[in-house]
Design a protein around this ligand. Structure first.
Ligand code: CAA
Length: 377
């Protein structure tokens, strides 16, 4: 009997209702606005209000992909994050509750910086390969925080991706012949107790590129695939462009792969997959096209894999909703951004008066217990 194909049956993203224009940040930090607009190629960055975290952002993305399927078919939920809310408990278990998933659904969290999302994807792949009658939900969710006035400040952002992984997928088939490159380095890390990351910016960029070349050289040895498009992990958009120039020289860079990333900023685990949605939403028909996918997580683990797009995938995209959401966000000034940044994570206060990306919000962290609530009406 022929083995079924396995891949992405549905995909959705979410991000904050608030953003900061990079020109406003540049002005406040006494930088040339073109350093941000052109030098790192970011136009806007998502600002995460106190009532949102990786759980609420993940939940608003996941709500969109579970609504059209039988939720009881989901028997695995893998939650990937670099900015988790608990040292012990998985962020996924909150989603399990609010999405009302089956009690027989295995639920846990994985971590390896921005690579965690791809690790989760391949855990789901293996699970469906063994259990083709079951589905897996993969949620990648992050709040990218580096600190006010830090070197990484213009490369912040936040958002989430949700994927349904199944047999005979409706959107993209995953090629399991991947190439991996792992090496312990100190380029980006977040010590226990810190709510923002520490980074060696120059080293991280260097290692991103070196790992890309290693992965690419190994990938082409084991696959006979020519890439029609290529999505990169996008810590900031110029990084993806640099990766592209390294692999393909002067071959034009596909700008639709960063249409959303340049307006949202870094989302760590979700960034590569926001690039994928960006390409799917904003390109002509990609039926049967091969997409290269480069995942990089500082610290470091990198993996290169490919997707083949399935005929009819466009019927499952929410292009208008995605674009409207991004266009209708609320612009903050720098004082408002700093106020949100400083209030985020504060304990024993009620987070009131903020807009949220979806139905779930964080009311407050009261005596070290996170109080989540569902919006009514
Ligand atoms: N007009 C146009 N361009 C300008 C300019 C101007 N007025 N001024 C500067 N630039 C250009 C620079 O030439 C440079 O471009 P190139 O890299 O092409 O030479 C670019 O703007 C950035 O300038 P700098 O390198 O001087 O900027 P910086 O020292 O402030 O640091 C950064 C930039 C390294 C991205 C920093 O913001 C940072 O550390 N960010 C976080 C780390 C990160 O994202 N690393 C990426 C790889 S790690 C990873 O991928 C995992 C992850 O998600 C974190």
């Amino acid at each position: 009997m022929l083995k079924p194909t396995i891949g992405i049956d549905n995909i959705a993203f979410s991000t904050s209702k608030y953003f900061l224009d990079m020109g406003d940040l540049a002005f406040a930090r006494h930088q040339d606005r073109n350093k941000y607009y052109c030098g790192i190629m970011q136009e806007k960055m998502a600002v995460i209000p106190p009532c949102e975290d990786v759980v609420t952002l993940g939940c608003s993305a996941a709500e969109k992909v579970v609504k059209s399927i039988d939720k009881f078919e989901i028997k695995l939920l893998v939650f990937a994050t670099e900015s988790g809310v608990d040292e012990s408990k998985s962020g996924g278990i909150y989603l399990h509750k609010f999405l009302r998933l089956s009690e027989e659904c295995r639920t846990f969290e994985v971590k390896q910086a921005c690579y965690g999302g791809t690790a989760a994807l391949f855990i789901a792949y293996d699970f469906v390969n063994l259990n083709p009658d079951k589905k897996a939900l993969v949620v990648m969710s992050d709040v990218a925080r580096y600190g006010l006035k830090s070197i990484g400040e213009p490369t912040q952002g936040g958002g989430a991706i949700a994927l349904i992984i199944s047999a005979n997928p409706k959107m993209a088939i995953i090629n399991p012949k991947t190439s991996v490159f792992s090496k312990e380095i100190v380029d980006f890390w977040r010590p226990i107790g810190y709510d923002y990351a520490l980074v060696n910016g120059a080293l991280s960029s260097k290692r991103y590129l070196a790992s890309l070349k290693k992965c690419y050289d190994s990938f082409v040895k084991i696959n006979n695939i020519s890439f029609d498009y290529f999505c990169y992990h996008v810590p900031f958009c110029k990084m993806a462009l640099k990766g592209h120039s390294l692999l393909f020289g002067d071959t034009p860079f596909e700008k639709t792969t960063i249409s959303y990333n340049k307006l949202i900023g870094n989302c760590y685990t979700a960034s590569l997959y926001i690039s994928l949605i960006s390409l799917l939403d904003n390109s002509e028909d990609l039926k049967d096209k091969n997409i290269g996918m480069y995942s990089y997580g500082s610290g470091s683990v990198a993996e290169l894999f490919s997707l083949k797009i399935v005929d009819g995938y466009k019927n499952y995209l929410d292009k208008t909703e995605n674009r409207n959401f991004i266009e209708n966000r609320i612009r903050l000034n720098v004082d408002e951004y700093e106020e949100m940044y400083n209030t985020w994570g504060q304990k024993n206060i009620e987070y009131q008066g903020y807009q949220t990306s979806g139905n779930l919000y964080l009311r407050g962290i009261i005596e070290d217990i996170r109080k989540y609530e569902i919006k009514h009406g």
